[in-house]
Design a protein. Structure first.
Length: 261
């Protein structure tokens, strides 16, 4: 275990920078942040040997960086720094990507893949799950509207640190990037009858309220997912996954797809 004065120094440094940094809670969030180029500034762990063993087992590509960054810190101290210590006993801080860089990616023309727009989402876990999907499908980014910060620590935890694998920003509806808006709505056209273009903004509302009237009025097309009658809705992340899988399935025969109007 490191000396008490060294622990004190790291705790002091953590508290100085934590307010402006992204909290990486647990091994997987840290692993993904390192893989996708995050500027990780501090890594604290209750058991450095166990952390490095886990890295060798699950992510040997980042093990050497963890060895250089990780500082062993008593579990009791970690519990003073974060509300809930991850079962892996690892917490880290990283610099948040610049909004300018994210906006450049979101506004790039032409876009190589869609942007998901979450219209005033509330559930932090759902937002994180959607960001995780966006990273897995290699999307351009995820935009949220409304009051919820998509970089909230609970969102980063739910996304397993994959914010750094795509552009994640909160914007007003008036600031959305250019591109056709395909808004998910029960009254829309069946998604199976159309092709989703790579430059689309795929817009989703909450399970309770759906998309807002303001966003609905701006939609290029309203799109519906097939669903059994009398079932109220799918989970938000499930809906996003279904729509993204359909977008990725562009190898269907042309005659099965409805051309753009």
């Amino acid at each position: 275990m490191i000396e008490d004065e060294t622990v004190t120094r790291h705790v002091r440094r953590w508290r100085e920078i934590a307010g402006d940094a992204v909290l990486l809670d647990g091994f997987h969030a840290l692993k993904h942040a390192l893989r996708f180029g995050a500027d990780v500034t501090m890594v604290l762990t209750s058991d450095k040997a166990a952390t490095l063993a886990l890295a060798q087992q699950l992510a040997d590509d980042v093990a050497w960086r963890l060895d250089a960054l990780a500082v062993e810190t008593p579990d009791s101290v970690l519990r003073q720094l974060v509300p809930r210590v991850h079962p892996t006993g690892i917490v880290a801080l990283a610099a948040r990507p610049s909004a300018a860089a994210n906006l450049d990616a979101l506004n790039a023309v032409p876009r190589r893949s869609p942007v998901v727009v979450l219209d005033a989402p509330r559930n932090l876990g759902n937002i994180g799950a959607v960001i995780r999907l966006a990273a897995g499908f290699d999307l351009t980014g995820v935009i949220t509207t409304g009051d919820t910060d998509p970089w909230h620590p609970h969102v980063v935890r739910a996304a397993a640190g994959l914010h750094f694998a795509t552009a994640v920003e909160r914007l007003a509806l008036s600031d959305l990037p250019l591109g056709p808006i395909y808004a998910l709505d029960p009254e829309g056209e069946d998604i199976r009858s159309m092709r989703i273009p790579d430059d689309a903004l795929l817009a989703f509302g909450s399970e309770r309220h759906g998309i807002s009237p303001q966003l609905r009025s701006r939609a290029t097309r309203l799109v519906a997912l097939p669903m059994r009658p009398q079932v109220s809705s799918f989970n938000l992340a499930t809906s996003v996954a279904m729509a993204l899988f359909h977008w990725r399935s562009h190898d269907k025969p042309e005659e099965q797809l409805k051309p753009e109007e």
